[in-house]
Design a protein around this ligand. Sequence first.
Ligand SMILES: [Ca+2]
Ligand SMILES: [Ca+2]
Length: 390
Amino acid sequence: MKKLIILVLLLFVMVGCETANPTVPTEPIETVIPSVPNGLQALTATEDCAVPSLEGGWVCIWADEFEGDSVDETKWNFEEGAFGGGNQEVQYYSRNNAEVVDSKLIITAHKETMGGRDYTSARLTTKYKGTFKYVRIVVSAKMPTGRGTWPAIWMMPLMSVYGGWPRSGEIDIMEYVGYDENRIHSTIHTEKFNHNLGTQIGYSRLYEDVETSFKEYEMIWTPGSITTYVDGDQLGVFAYVPHFNQEVPYNQAFPFDQEFFLILNLAIGGTWGGAEGIDTTIFPTAMEVDYVRVYKQDYALTDVDAPSKPINVQLAQLKNTLFWNKSEDDYGVEEYAVYLDGAFHKYASLNQITLKGLTVGQSYQVQIQAVDFVGRVSEMSDTMSFTFSG
Ligand SMILES: [Ca+2]
Ligand SMILES: [Ca+2]
């Protein structure tokens, strides 16, 4: 009752204000609230982004246009030292080698001695300052010149929940080695697919003028899928297909269901960049970055349909493991709910699950339900009988 009185009073006061001040518009403001389950709100674009949205419901949530006169340390960390990046690189990374000039981040490699190294350069990360999952990243950059350079735009996991490299994954949106002019590489590394085993999955293609013009290096990352582009031209497609990874838990093949952070660096030498030596006459040489923009899809406004019913639930070669066909959805399935004997058991981020901790020898009736990003759910899959083995 008290609330009602306050409401009535408020209305009275508001009406009173309008009457007292004729310059206040009295037109009713129509607010269209889309029908979204779970009370989800539309995303708001960051003011830091020059292109706040992209077609398809992508909203810019993090960006650096490099408009200031120094590196913005609320967004970037410097990784400094002679650690060699794990690839026997020969640079010393110093913050002095990164500067912001004319709306661009310039990472310059010099031939100079520092910390026992003959070259200096810079490596910046967004760790703890910009961490992302299921996003679209657009980086406009121009490559350095010359044999011995090895710039990259790439991502590493924030928490490494599946273990140290490469078990928690690495996403190389773009790599370039200066001795192989104009060839852009895009690669992922995981426990099953990595360069130590010679099984990494990578794509390479020749482009034009990568050292003289800015190109957009882009990645679209959704559950079970990572696609990379150069100026809108598709370069790499990495997709999780459980049928071809039946012998391992999904995370050994595709651990990309966790938060990752971005890294920009210019390495010198090393196992790949230095494979044909270093041309000592190229220095200084720089990678320039015009902008970094990170978009998230605004499911709250764009998602309308529930996912399709999961089908073909079946046993994998790996013990106590099931997989099924990926469900269709207008904007993508975020996860799958796994039910045992009609009760919710746990979520699977991709279309495979290894069941643990059940009673050995007992049979369970398994059903799978797909859940999209706004919480719309599919029909339950057909029931599959499964016996847990120790
Ligand atoms: Ca810029
Ligand atoms: Ca949907």
